[in-house]
Design a protein around this ligand. Structure first.
Ligand code: ATP
Ligand code: MG
Length: 254
């Protein structure tokens, strides 16, 4: 995006749009992906496009759950691959866990494009995070051969790997859909989500909700994971955290 200088006040937002439109052109995204991003942008404007204190706490809590997990997994859709593949690969590398691609509008072409993009992004991630290079290269990218289903969920988005999402005790899902979040919680999993809309069904259903923009919070999550040694808070109150973020968004009315 040569025409937009990094000093442009909307530089980050414009770059994110560029990453998504490029990904759409490469066949990685469903048509509705750009609409979902636009909804996120609107909420981010209300947040002042900053990681608020409540979001920072939710990032720490998510890191704590992932570090304490027996078998964590990171589930990615098209938007999260387009926006934050490198950082999320680095998170999986630190955790020694798999990444599973799971998309709402599943077509063989889009799945193949996302899986090969993830394999390509491993090199870019290894360059960004050289200290994690061998672990990044070793991150299993699942999604090609789902052999089981998430119970009580309609459609192809229920398809998953028995050694991936199905078996995981803790799952990180950026930009999850409400129905699937509910079904994962019903399976007894600890579900940590990233969603800029604190009012969405996803935000309300999840065990821990990070109300922050994906590209902004992924490096912070990686930081927390690399520091390690954080215990999950038994008294985590997700509803309270969402309430605090919503208050933050409405502060302009005060
Ligand atoms: P739900 O299914 O949870 O009731 P929804 O149907 O309104 O919510 P979806 O279209 O399923 O929403 O998912 C898009 C969600 O992802 C939106 O809530 C949006 O705020 C959020 N989102 C989009 N882009 C980003 C981003 N870059 N970072 C964080 N959140 C994002
Ligand atoms: Mg939805």
């Amino acid at each position: 995006m040569g025409e937009v200088p990094p000093t442009h006040p909307r530089y980050k937002s414009l770059m994110a749009r560029k990453m998504l439109t490029d990904a759409a052109a490469a066949g990685l995204l469903a048509d509705s992906a750009l609409i979902a991003h636009g909804r996120g942008e609107a909420f981010d404007y209300l947040l002042g496009e900053m990681t608020c204190r409540s979001a920072r706490e939710a990032i720490r809590e998510t890191a704590a759950h992932l570090l304490a997990a027996k078998q964590p997994v990171i589930s990615l859709n098209g938007n999260s691959v387009a926006l934050a593949a490198s950082e999320l690969l680095a998170c999986a590398a630190v955790l020694g866990c798999a990444i599973e691609i799971n998309i709402y509008y599943r077509t063989p072409e889009r799945m193949a494009a996302l899986l090969s993009t993830m394999e390509q992004r491993k090199n870019e991630a290894a360059e960004h995070f050289p200290e994690l290079k061998s672990q990044i290269i070793a991150v299993p990218i699942l999604g090609a051969n789902p052999d089981t289903k998430i119970p009580n969920l309609d459609g192809p988005r229920a398809n998953c790997h028995s050694d991936g999402i199905f078996a995981a005790d803790v799952i990180l899902v950026p930009l999850e859909d409400g129905d699937r979040c509910e079904a994962l919680v019903a399976m007894g999993k600890t579900v940590c989500v990233i969603d800029l809309n604190p009012l969405s069904r996803t935000a309300k259903m999840a065990t821990v909700t990070i109300v922050d923009e994906l590209t902004r919070c992924a490096p912070l999550l990686l930081d927390d994971l690399q520091k390690g040694m954080i215990a999950p808070n038994d008294n985590w109150n997700n509803e309270y955290n969402l309430h605090e973020v919503t208050k933050q968004m409405l502060r302009i009315l005060e």
